[in-house]
Design a protein around this ligand. Structure first.
Ligand code: ZN
Length: 266
């Protein structure tokens, strides 16, 4: 799980150098980056090939186009972006890293302030960039809701809260279908929040694969309503390689995750 790839350090931000080193590590060590379709098919068949990884990004930041897209292109890899569909803008594609006139990238904090100010275009993707990445085969795109709202914090009454979430999901799904020509069954929860009502509303809206921020490795028997992810930190290839080495081996990773969750409890 990534959010930003940017030279401006900040929360949930990986530097372009470290992101490139991590993707290069995957390429050199024989790991295959899956499309969501490939991921879905592997899980449905019950045969998840060794050294398979689904690289995900949340929110849909401009820096994903400027800094992550060229790296994925370089190594022939692919990833997934969960878009806040109401925050994606119009206009021509902006230059990406390696091209003249690369746009200035805001920090995570500045991106949040820009969103609150309605200045989304300075920090988030445009549909033209989404289309270009789709055409290049570097990214596929799915839902991170339309508004990124935390309805559980805004509405107390359960029926009203469910209705607000249902509307948010329906608009997001329709927007993606209208823009990309196909409805997606993949949904990632804003800030990782979900409960059993959220899961039910999502299922009713047509989402079968629900991605969380819960820490864990996906196995063939994963609960599709509760797909865990691992945080990719802003660290060099040596760190990344060690983690992939551990998580790529079922017994070791079970031990390691057990150890980590044990630690968290104290
Ligand atoms: Zn988010």
């Amino acid at each position: 799980m990534y959010h930003h790839v940017s030279p401006k350090p900040g929360l949930v931000t990986c530097s372009p150098e470290n992101f490139r080193a991590q993707m290069q590590w995957l390429a050199k060590n024989g790991w295959r980056t899956l499309s969501t379709t490939g991921f879905t098919e592997a899980l449905a068949s019950g045969r998840v090939p060794q050294k398979s990884v689904l690289v995900t990004f949340d929110d849909g930041y401009l820096d994903n186009w400027v800094y992550a897209h060229p790296v994925l292109q370089e190594f022939g890899q692919r990833a997934t972006i969960f878009l806040i569909t109401g925050w994606i803008g119009d206009g021509a594609p902006r230059p990406y890293s390696g091209q003249p006139g690369t746009p200035d990238i805001p920090t995570h904090k500045q991106a949040m302030a820009a969103a609150a100010d309605g200045k989304l275009d300075t920090a988030f993707l445009r549909w033209s960039e989404v289309e270009a990445m789709r055409a290049a085969g570097t990214f596929d795109f799915h839902s991170h809701t339309h508004t990124h709202a935390r309805w559980d914090r805004q509405i107390v009454a359960q029926a009203e809260r469910d209705a607000a979430l249902a509307e948010d999901l329906a608009v997001s799904r329709e927007t993606l279908a209208a823009r990309l020509g196909e409805a997606s069954p993949h949904l990632c929860w804003p800030q990782g929040y979900f409960d059993s009502n959220y899961q039910r509303v999502a299922r009713d809206a047509g989402f079968t694969h629900l991605y969380t921020t819960e820490h864990g490795v996906v196995r063939a028997d994963v609960d599709l309503a509760r797909i865990p992810r691992l945080v990719a930190k802003d660290k060099p290839a040596a760190w990344f390689g060690r983690r992939m080495g551990i998580y790529g081996r079922p017994l070791l990773s079970a031990l390691y995750l057990g150890l980590k969750s044990g630690k968290k409890g104290h």
